[in-house]
Ligand binder design. Structure first.
Ligand code: SAM
Length: 228
């Protein structure tokens, strides 16, 4: 069975360690675990969904791919999908808002001990995800910005470890600030241009709004400046 997996999820797949036992929370069509199993990159996975429709579609796709023995599809809210005996080593939570991802991790945090890796792909509020990781003993080991259909997506990869982030690092990402990849620079250059247009439209008399926007612009300039 061919999956219609997006480039976004293919980029997420690159960060799932070979041989991982994966839990994909919010697995919708189960595209990510099906792809990883079909490519022989992992040997077992759990695809979980909280909503009936996407749960059924994940189940149908797993069955059509002949992977029922290797991918368990579970109807559950967040990390309630996880049993201690599952031996899951990597959890992926993708395609949701950053706040929802942080809420799912908070609600199930007692299930994270022994976990090797989190692969998170928030559609927005990446700062909430990084704040959660910083507050809960996870260290960010990789970050990627990719774009698809005109929208930028971030992938944040973490493992257990101490890393206390400041607000600037939570906003822009500690690895991004070190690496300044082309994707990262393009995303923030676009945002900078948008904010500069917005600033030009705020009347000089409206000093408070202008100052707030100028501070955001200055932070982006600092984040993307070439220190070399
Ligand atoms: N992960 C896939 C991807 O990245 O393409 C699907 C993304 S889809 C936009 C988000 C999915 O997360 C929806 O199918 C939704 O039902 C599911 N979801 C939202 N909250 C959830 C929760 N607390 N537990 C499990 N699934 C959840």
């Amino acid at each position: 069975m061919e999956t219609n997996i997006s480039q976004r999820l293919l980029d997420v797949a690159d960060f799932i360690p070979q041989g991982a036992k994966l839990l994909d929370v919010g697995s919708d069509h189960a595209y990510l675990p099906i792809h990883l199993l079909q490519e022989g990159l992992i040997s077992q996975a759990i695809a979980s969904e909280v909503v009936q429709g996407p749960y059924r579609s994940a189940l149908e796709n797993v069955t059509a791919a002949g992977l029922n023995q290797k991918i368990q599809v579970r109807l559950a809210d967040g990390l309630e999908a996880l049993e201690p005996s599952d031996g899951v080593t990597t959890i992926a939570i993708c395609g949701m808002g950053g706040r929802l991802i942080a809420d799912i991790l908070t609600a199930g945090q007692e299930k994270l001990s022994g976990l090797e890796r989190l692969v998170l792909q928030p559609n927005n509020r990446e700062d909430d995800v990084r704040a959660w990781l910083s507050d809960h003993g996870f260290k960010i080991i990789a970050e990627k910005v990719m774009s698809e259909k005109g929208k930028f997506y971030e992938i944040i990869v973490a493992q257990p470890g101490q890393q206390v982030l400041n607000d600037f690092e939570k906003r822009f990402g500690p690895r991004h600030l070190e690496e300044k990849s082309a994707g990262f620079l393009t995303k923030w250059q676009r945002e900078l241009e948008k904010l500069q247009v917005a600033l030009s439209k705020i009347p000089e008399a409206n000093q408070a709004d202008r100052q707030a926007l100028e501070e955001r612009i200055q932070a982006i300039k600092e984040a993307i400046q070439d220190e070399g």
